[in-house]
Design a binder for this molecule. Structure first.
Ligand SMILES: Cc1cc2nc3c(=O)[nH]c(=O)nc-3n(C[C@H](O)[C@H](O)[C@H](O)COP(=O)(O)OP(=O)(O)OC[C@H]3O[C@@H](n4cnc5c(N)ncnc54)[C@H](O)[C@@H]3O)c2cc1C
Length: 345
């Protein structure tokens, strides 16, 4: 059956559900009566959960999924807080993709709520759209430029850079030093603990600057939130008679206790090798969640703070989830060194 989907004027062709290659005849899969599992999947986030479901449904194999956190969903985990507001424990997650196949596959496990994420930045004590667009520049500088005039305005400020090497080069060569200082420098220093001049150009591979008034944060054709939350969606993905889920279980423990033929690892890759090839330079975030005794806190889902404050951004979830509630819950994100990595592994 051919289907198509019309979303915001973009009609996408239907795509088949992702299929795994057929089981290799030589694969050491245990017979149904044997104890143990055909697969141990380490990590119950998107990667581990989706793959576990495919292995169980498509190939009829027995899968043990473990996660060292006390829940499924990985970084996309969401839950009701003490006030009953649905929040994302590890910061805001918005589902966006240009892949109809990905969307169709997950649609088997959730209904969706259309949602376009919008972000404002508090810059020079005003709230302006991020990524920078026509309204951002006109508001900040008290101008009334058209899109064509904004192109020329950027070009007049862009600094020629012979060879673009660093993240600073990427930005100043596109929009000039003043916008670099206002929007990028402070934010990058907070986020990475390094000045953009010390970061490779690949970190800021491209500067999403728009000359029109498009204020959507993402431009993917498919942008939604799972209607009943990510965790509910993951519960349905993992709800299969051939899948066993054990949360609060580290790989170090499971490899001792569980019999399995094959392994899928979705954790940090250096940790898989016991860091014997060195440690990758991970950065971390500390999330501070608060519930406020008011219905709304800010005008959009996320407000960034590139110039002031120790945190980088505040997210108010009700914008994302559409939940009606007399109170509201917000999360502050504080970038920091990755302590758990230096303590473990
Ligand atoms: C603040 C933030 C915001 C984000 N926002 C978005 C967004 O809006 N949209 C988007 O598409 N993406 C977003 N992402 C990216 C998204 O989180 C990841 O792409 C996604 O979570 C990757 O899924 P995963 O399964 O590979 O990894 P994870 O979700 O990290 O899952 C891996 C799991 O493996 C477990 N694990 C690791 N090691 C072990 C071990 N030794 N034993 C047992 N378990 C182990 C971990 O506990 C974890 O739960 C965001 C990321 C962050 C940090």
């Amino acid at each position: 059956m051919t289907r198509s989907l019309d979303i915001g004027g973009a009609t996408l062709p239907a795509a088949p559900v992702a299929r795994l290659p057929a089981r290799r005849p030589s694969a050491p899969v245990s017979p149904a009566s044997a104890p143990g599992y055909d697969w141990l999947v380490v990590g119950a986030g998107f990667a581990g959960s989706v793959l576990a479901e495919r292995l169980a449904s498509e190939r009829g194999e027995r899968v043990l999924v473990i996660d060292r956190r006390p829940h499924i969903g990985g970084n996309a985990y969401d839950h009701l807080d003490a006030a009953g507001v649905l929040i994302h424990r590890y910061g805001p997650h918005i589902f966006h993709t240009n892949s109809r196949a990905v969307f169709d596959h997950l649609s088997r496990f959730t209904e969706w709520r259309p949602y376009q994420h919008r972000v404002l930045g508090r810059v020079d004590n005003r709230l302006v759209p991020i990524p920078i667009n026509l309204d951002t520049v006109n508001t900040l500088y008290g101008l009334d430029l058209t899109s064509d005039e904004l192109d020329a305005w950027f070009a007049a400020r862009a600094e020629p850079v012979d060879t673009v090497r660093t993240s600073e080069d990427v930005v100043v060569s596109k929009v000039g030093r003043e916008l670099y200082e206002k929007f990028f420098r402070g934010y990058t220093r907070k986020q990475w603990g390094l000045d953009p001049s010390e970061l490779d150009k690949s970190v800021t591979a491209r500067v999403p600057v728009r000359t029109d008034r498009d204020d959507r944060y993402f431009t993917d054709k498919l942008q939604f939130m799972p209607a009943h939350g990510y965790t509910r969606m993951f519960e349905r993905v993992l709800d299969h008679p051939l899948i066993t889920v054990r949360t609060g279980t580290d790989y170090a423990e499971a490899r001792q206790d569980a019999a399995f033929a094959r392994l899928v690892w979705t954790g940090p890759v250096d940790e898989f090798f016991g860091c014997r090839f060195g440690r990758l330079p991970y950065r971390s975030l500390r999330f501070v969640h608060e519930t406020l005794g008011q219905e709304w806190f800010q005008p959009v889902g996320t407000v960034n703070y590139p110039q002031t404050e120790a945190y980088t951004r505040i997210t108010e979830y009700k914008h994302l989830t559409g939940q009606a509630h007399p109170q509201t819950s917000i999360t502050f994100e504080y970038p920091e060194a990755c302590r758990w990595r230096s303590e473990s592994a």
